[in-house]
Design a protein around this ligand. Sequence first.
Ligand SMILES: CCCCCCCCCCCCC/C=C/[C@@H](O)[C@H](COP(=O)(O)O)NC(=O)CCCCCCCCCCCCCCC
Length: 216
Amino acid sequence: MAIASEDLKFTLQEVLDTFKSCLSEHKEVFLEHYVAGWRGLVRFMNCLGSVFSFISKDAVNKIQILVNHLNGENGAHYVTIQSMVKYELDSQLVDLTKRGSFPESGCRTLLRLHRALRWLELFLERLRTSTEDSNTSVMCSEAYNESLAQHHAWIIRKAAGTAFWALPGRATFFDVLNVGSPEQVMAVLGDTLPLISEVYKVTEDLYAQNNILELP
Ligand SMILES: CCCCCCCCCCCCC/C=C/[C@@H](O)[C@H](COP(=O)(O)O)NC(=O)CCCCCCCCCCCCCCC
């Protein structure tokens, strides 16, 4: 499976690099790189098996909505998350209290990925501090229950919970990451996590300031 391994190696490095290039010096988040980071994550998730495909389908769908905004005629307003929020709110392109005319607004679409980024942060932090006998399914569901689950209906929580049990064990998971020894995996996670946390925090603050953390 040399090709799959190469692919994974590339993906992890890509995730690291894209999250690195997400933030401008003024702490703006470039949407193009944010989306690229998600593409890398999804590619990685696809290698974990087809039980995750209902999750990656939703992520891909949301990534595509954002790419369409970026490439659309108003693309210039979508260069950063900050400019997107300002443009969509000023132009009243966001459903604020109930779903209506703008089911594909950039603001509500990105919010879903943003919440998933919190799951990722919690999961990777658990992975980084795990020991040989830690269980990836448990780490994954704990991270999920502390974050995304609160925003999901019962049926989605149930499906996600079932999929988590199909995750490979820690040793296999680390092999699949293909960065080298467990120590090297820990080091890469240690490099990646602060970048992801920072992007998460900047986005969270922006959404809080604009009072759009609960968009329908
Ligand atoms: C590693 C195993 C992957 C576990 C992923 C944990 C997240 C579980 C999410 C379950 C989502 C189920 C699909 C449907 C979701 C939607 O209902 C729901 C709401 O959308 P709506 O308001 O438009 O209706 N959508 C969402 O919340 C967005 C979910 C996006 C999930 C993306 C997950 C990507 C995970 C990437 C894993 C990479 C691991 C990398 C390790 C180095």
